[in-house]
Design a protein around this ligand. Structure first.
Ligand code: UDP
Ligand code: MG
Length: 140
């Protein structure tokens, strides 16, 4: 069983000074932060990270948005982390997200939805490796 997932506090989260609130929300849900950094994705970075969405109508704007400012990727650990984190953040469209999910509480809209969470264990492993070499993932 994989107990890790990749989260990203997206540019709108940092821009609106919600970083502390988002981290607090995540910790209060019982996730342990095993790695974290701040970086500004280039368009090429975003293109690689979101390669699965290439060709979709929202793809070009997604790349613009994700490279528009800094973001905070993190590795989170909890039992059944991928599913648990998706549940904690809510659906892609914040208006449809369940009550008290991170997106429902704080996201602006379908694109600027404040946070990313891996959607499968396989993708979690790939996405963690995209941002973090093994030595940057803490053992504690
Ligand atoms: N997105 C968008 N419009 C859409 C669908 C997605 O702008 O109609 C953006 C949004 O930021 C979303 C990201 O593209 O989080 C990736 O889409 P995905 O379907 O993977 O949603 P997620 O897994 O993030 O809920
Ligand atoms: Mg996704």
């Amino acid at each position: 069983m994989n107990d890790k997932t990749l989260a990203i506090l997206k540019p709108d989260c940092l821009e609106r000074n919600l970083t502390g609130i988002a981290i607090d929300f995540i910790l209060n849900k019982g996730f342990k932060i095993k790695a974290m950094k701040m970086l500004h994705m280039s368009k090429a970075d975003a293109e690689r990270f979101y390669a699965v969405h290439k060709g979709k109508p929202f793809y070009d704007e997604l790349l613009e948005y994700m490279s528009s400012g800094p973001c905070i990727p993190m590795v989170l650990e909890k039992e059944n982390a991928v599913e648990a984190f998706r549940e904690a953040i809510g659906t892609t469209d914040p208006r449809k997200a369940a009550e008290n999910t991170l997106r429902r509480l704080y996201a602006k809209n379908m694109q600027r939805n404040t946070v990313h969470g891996s959607d499968s264990e396989e993708n979690a492993q790939k996405e963690i490796a995209f941002f973090f070499p093994l030595k940057e993932i803490m053992l504690y």
